[in-house]
Design a protein around this ligand. Structure first.
Ligand SMILES: Nc1ncnc2c1ncn2[C@@H]1O[C@H](COP(=O)(O)OP(=O)(O)OP(=O)(O)O)[C@@H](O)[C@H]1O
Ligand SMILES: [Mg+2]
Length: 247
């Protein structure tokens, strides 16, 4: 149908590689066309450690997902997680220059640019700039300042960063499989979008996803993400500890 867009998401996990193809309607709702999974190879602690092995699994999962969906999708959204994901709180302050002192969308973009403009440690890249809230002339907790009057706009954000080398390996693997990476998404954020309701985010929730090799976390308070991260420990460690004791 006109305005519809087909998208593919790929999760290269320590236990499973999973692909999902969905059709996004103009109003933003997603219809799932296919879900496909294969046992993972060459992935440890959420990072690719053997490109050749991972490449084989990725190619077969994507091919099957496309066959099931009857769609030829070239652009892929990749989920990345683990202990290399870090949420850094930051602020960006800008002055409102318009004569009528009305805050416009461009002012918000400028304040977010300022919030992002800190010195990023080597080997890190920014995945997301997640808005927590805004402060206008010292007034806290404003969710949408557009059209408000003010002299000083301050955005408070959580900048989600990731290891560049881990991200580059993911990109390289997808490109070698003959596809393009549309974007990388922190798995913590994808988890929250999938399972948390608006009320849960508002009330305050800690969301923990225990995978095979990694455990991802994200914390929401007052409707906004305030912390995200991960540890490279998962169900496989529990399984091997139990096996070790029983042997
Ligand atoms: N029903 C279950 N009860 C308990 N543990 C389970 C169950 N099903 C799967 N697991 C465990 O969950 C883990 C797999 O989780 P998942 O598929 O989320 O991992 P993954 O995404 O491949 O890996 P990761 O995200 O850590 O890179 C394995 O350790 C498996 O033993
Ligand atoms: Mg996982």
């Amino acid at each position: 149908m006109a305005g519809e867009k087909i998208m593919m998401g790929l999760d290269i996990g320590s236990s499973w590689v999973r692909a999902v193809i969905g059709t996004v309607a103009r109003d933003g709702t997603v219809m799932i066309d296919s879900i496909c999974e294969r046992p993972s190879e060459g992935v440890r602690g959420g990072a690719i450690v053997n490109i050749e092995q991972t490449l084989k699994t990725i190619t077969s999962v994507i091919t099957e997902a496309q066959l099931q969906a009857g769609a030829d999708v070239q652009q892929i959204i990749i989920g990345v997680g683990g202990n290399h994901i870090e949420g850094i709180p930051s602020q960006g302050v800008v002055g409102i220059n318009a004569k009528d002192q009305e805050i416009k969308r461009e002012d918000i973009y400028r304040s977010l640019e300022v919030a992002r403009a800190f010195e990023l440690p080597l080997e890190r890249e920014i995945l997301h700039t997640l808005v927590q809230d805004f402060r206008v002339d010292g007034r806290d907790g404003i969710k949408d300042p557009i059209d408000m009057l003010g002299h000083r706009l301050e955005s408070r954000v959580l900048v989600v960063t990731a290891s560049s080398s881990i991200c580059q390996n993911e990109r390289k693997c997808i490109q070698r499989a003959g596809f393009q990476v549309q974007r990388l998404v922190a798995q913590q954020l994808a988890d929250a979008e999938a399972v948390l309701s608006v009320e849960e985010k508002e009330m305050g929730t800690i969301l923990i996803n225990i995978g095979g090799g990694i455990t991802n976390m994200i914390v929401y308070a007052n409707g906004a993400p305030v912390f995200t991260g991960g540890v490279n420990l998962g169900g496989n460690h529990v399984t091997s500890d139990i096996a070790y004791i029983l042997n």
